[in-house]
Design a protein around this ligand. Structure first.
Ligand SMILES: Nc1ncnc2c1ncn2[C@@H]1O[C@H](COP(=O)(O)OP(=O)(O)OP(=O)(O)O)[C@@H](O)[C@H]1O
Length: 265
């Protein structure tokens, strides 16, 4: 199939109309957004079940960060609906936020504080006592193979270790949804692989739903669900095998290339 013939796939109709409930961690419905009249997201719809891992795959400029900015309420959405654990983000913003952990594209740890201080501060913001924050921090860090790092200053950690601390922080308040926006930016290949592996495991073991935004095809695992965002629209949503077959491709890389008309390269 030539690139020009590549079809634009949309998620199946049933998925688009299903309402959020307790088993739905994230529900995005007909979400549109513009910067100064310039559309960036157009009628974006998808949902994520409890404990589900999905890759939000899109080339640079597809609208991934804008989507995250709307889900985290850095920007307000006027068109469409976002529900977290069934809670409408506009009407129940505080409760919805309490169910969400975020790792932003740009690191946000305080470099001059220790890991423990960074995590304690986050715990306090979520109403935890210092003892509770420490207990949960130790638990999360152990899961991420970062036990023993509590007393270290963030400045002295590697890029991959800092990212893991950010993930531990994002999970400290035991959210049902974890959003990661291009979390491997700036990491070497080994650290990237380790991070992808860690987050898949956390998803399986802790039942947290994960939305992992990336433009890097090698971060997609064979069993992942992939939501392809292209020029502000969801142009495909399904398992790797499904997308490969729908696009008559030999690999998910080729499928991504076809779905994004070569912009992914
Ligand atoms: N604050 C802003 N004002 C105006 N336009 C913006 C703003 N932020 C992003 N854009 C534009 O919106 C589009 C989507 O950008 P966005 O950062 O959401 O995409 P992305 O998929 O996250 O890309 P990347 O992988 O490069 O971060 C781009 O065309 C970008 O130039």
């Amino acid at each position: 199939m030539t690139r020009e013939m590549a079809p634009a796939f949309t998620p199946e109709g049933g998925k688009q109309t299903r309402r959020a409930d307790d088993s739905t961690a994230l529900d995005v419905r007909d979400l549109s957004f513009s910067y100064s009249g310039q559309p960036v997201l157009e009628s974006v719809s998808f949902d994520l079940k409890a404990g589900e891992f999905a890759v939000l795959l899109g080339p640079n400029g597809a609208g991934k960060t804008t989507l995250f900015s709307l889900i985290t309420r850095l920007y307000d959405h006027r068109q469409g609906e976002i529900r977290i654990g069934g809670l409408d983000l506009r009407r129940h913003s505080v409760e919805a936020h309490a169910q969400m952990g975020v790792v932003f594209q740009q690191p946000t740890l305080d470099m001059d504080l220790t890991v423990r201080q960074n995590l304690s501060y986050h715990g306090a913001l979520h109403g935890m006592t210092p003892a509770e924050a420490l207990r949960r921090a130790s638990q999360q860090l152990t899961r991420l193979e970062m036990q023993g790092s509590l007393r270290l200053r963030v400045r002295h950690l590697s890029g991959g270790q800092r990212r893991r601390v950010e993930i531990a922080r994002g999970l400290l308040h035991e959210p049902r949804l974890l959003l990661l926006d291009e979390p491997t930016v700036g990491l070497d290949i080994a650290s990237r692989r380790a991070l992808v592996e860690h987050v898949h495991r956390l998803c399986r073991e802790q039942g947290v739903a994960v939305l992992w935004a990336t433009h890097l095809i090698d971060e997609v695992y064979p069993d992942d669900r992939v939501i392809v965002l292209h020029r502000g629209r969801v142009c495909a949503d399904g398992g790797v095998a499904e997308l490969v077959s729908q696009t008559a491709s030999a690999s998910i890389g080729e499928a991504f290339d076809r779905l994004t008309e070569g912009e992914a390269r």
